[in-house]
Design a protein around this ligand. Sequence first.
Ligand code: PHE
Length: 343
Amino acid sequence: MINFDEVLAEAKQRLADIHENSKLVELKAKYLGGSSVVKQAFKDLKDLPKEEKGNFGQRINIFKNTLESLFEEKEKELEEEQIKSKLEKEKCDITLPGNTYDFGAKHPCQIIIDELTDFFIGMGYKVAEGNEVDLDLFNFELVNIPKDHPSRDMQDSFYISDNLLLRSQTSGVQAHVMQEAKGQGPIKIICPGKTYRRDDDDLTHSHQFSQCEGLVISEKASMGNLMKTLDLMAKHIFGEKREVRFRPSFFPFTEPSIEVDVSCFECQGKGCDICKHTGWIEILGAGMVHPEVLRLNGFDPDIYQGFAFGIGIERLAMLKFGIDDIRKLFNSDITFLGQFRKE
Ligand code: PHE
């Protein structure tokens, strides 16, 4: 017959020597599992005379409960030991130098786009999206530049197929927006985005650059509105001091047309290589929307008139930040770009 006290003493002894979970599981099976001492004791119980059964049964239960709580205690102890040793291993040395994280900077062109967007949204404009790959129809024909028109030469273009090209100007967005409006004004949008031309790359030209197109169509839009808008825009970007001048110009989609120059940042207007010794740098083209463009895009020129402008983003960035070579904007030089980080 089983000697409970002896078995308990032996179990305690063995438990004290255990430091691993797997060993504990093995031992538990031995004492409390299918063919354990406890199971054997219950079997012995069956063969006892009736009058001894009650007493023996009680003792088995006490024995079993004691064993179970011993194992439970040991399980907790092991768990705590493991957490403790894990924490000890994880101890961190607070005197070690920390990790440094570099913050990126907004690209100067993005700074200009954000400032322009802010300004024009404040004036009630919406931002329109355009495609960088567009049909010849939108990039040229619907803005009054039919096939073989000589002004196409000024925008020597990257064609993908006979009728598809990397847009050479954001002006095609005008046609898209007007077509969508189905002859119903008013329209008041800007569209900043990339444009592409087969320009030779030099200090102020690049085969890829960005423009911000603007278009206003209403019954009353006037040249006066246009000039005041552009003057306010130039002052918003460059501050009150920079001088702005308007020159008559030509674009097939505007009549009359103007070009807007800002005084050169490098020589303050005296004349230098950057401004080609004129003292001025061109920042945008603009004008009143040509009646033919209104007509081509479903607007009645007897009811509606409008103005449009196309701002050169890189030009503005160069002027604003005193950058002397447009190529710096595309070279991904971290040291150069890091200067635009806001501390
Ligand atoms: N699309 C013209 C250019 O790229 C700029 C422009 C836009 C002029 C809108 C007038 C009106 O040169």
